[in-house]
Design a protein. Structure first.
Length: 322
């Protein structure tokens, strides 16, 4: 009977604490037991499974999908947002809203943020960020050349500059095209002191925010002129490329695709991205599913923010590389 009496007392203490919401000091006074004993009995209540923790996922959240993706791709965090329809514009809006909130709550002091500024999804994120206190982040560094067609270049420049203002940081723009005309032209552009100063900050980036693109460039990137010709894209596809992060291409196994085209890109290599402490990828949509799968296999990413439709497709991905 001693065992039953002990369990009865543990259950009573648990009821007073968890159901009635009374403080440990009040329970100790009420039962004439020391507070240290109350603390010990509450711990015992969990060990005996008298108290069990149940998480009820709120409507619009996808705990099982997030857990499945974390395990499959060995990610530290996954956020799956609810999209009402499997349309790219809707998905970008929802991902942008969620990414803005995540950045606001997780940004650390003196963070050096790297951002690929030709991503429409990242642009939606910036549109949803609330201003933070001055000096919270240190720099916002553009990680892919931002010069291009003037009609869309303003988006890239403003994305970096606005993100810097919103996070209280100093903007460091990469005043060069994302794709040089030739390897020789790239070397000339790298001789510019402002370009060099920005690129020297790549190894100081503590948080990188990247989009994931399919081999076929997004409309924003295509309009900017910072992409390759159809023949060059076909060459990348023939080499096994399924997608890119900042115009650095990879196959569905996450292996980096190296061709002479890579020598013309002015931006952060994937090898450097892999060394960043925290890398957040924002991507979703049916056309990008294979690219997202490949990107997750590169080992560069820590956090993925995607939509419920894409999450389901990623978990259904099968084959020797999954």
């Amino acid at each position: 009977m001693a065992r039953v009496n002990e369990l009865r007392l543990i259950a009573r203490v648990a009821q007073l604490y968890h159901v009635e919401g009374r403080r440990q000091a009040d329970i100790a006074k009420h039962l004439r037991i020391s507070q240290a004993t109350i603390s010990r009995l509450l711990k015992k209540a969990q060990e005996e499974e008298i108290v069990r923790t149940t998480i009820v996922a709120p409507s619009g959240t996808f705990v099982e999908l997030e857990d499945g993706l974390r395990q499959k791709y060995e990610l530290s965090e996954v956020i799956v947002v609810e999209a009402s329809e499997d349309r790219q514009s809707t998905i970008m809006d929802r991902i942008g809203e969620s990414a803005a909130h995540f950045l606001e709550v997780s940004l650390q002091k003196d963070e050096v943020i790297g951002v690929s500024s030709w991503s429409e999804t990242i642009l939606r994120m910036v549109d949803n960020i609330h201003p933070m206190r001055s000096g919270l982040a240190k720099y916002v560094v553009q990680t892919l050349g931002g010069m291009g067609d003037p009609t869309v270049q303003t988006h890239a420049t403003q994305l970096t500059s606005r993100l810097a203002r919103l996070t209280g940081a100093e903007a460091r723009l990469l005043t060069a095209p994302g794709v040089a005309q030739s390897r020789e032209a790239k070397l000339v552009l790298l001789g510019d002191p402002y370009v060099r100063e920005t690129m020297e900050l790549f190894n100081k980036i503590t948080l990188a925010i990247v989009g994931i693109g399919a081999t076929e460039p997004s409309s924003m990137l295509a309009r900017s002129g910072n992409t390759f010709s159809p023949n060059e894209l076909a060459e990348l596809t023939d080499a096994g490329a399924v997608g890119d992060m900042s115009l650095r291409f990879f196959d569905r196994d996450g292996k980096v695709i190296k061709t002479p085209l890579d020598d013309r890109v002015i931006g952060m290599p994937l090898e450097d991205l892999a060394n960043v402490d925290r890398v957040i990828a924002l991507a979703g949509g049916e056309s990008k599913t294979e690219a997202i799968h490949g990107a997750l296999k590169t080992g560069c990413l820590d956090v993925l923010i995607t939509d419920n439709f894409t999450a389901c497709r990623l978990l259904e991905e099968t084959g020797p590389s999954s």
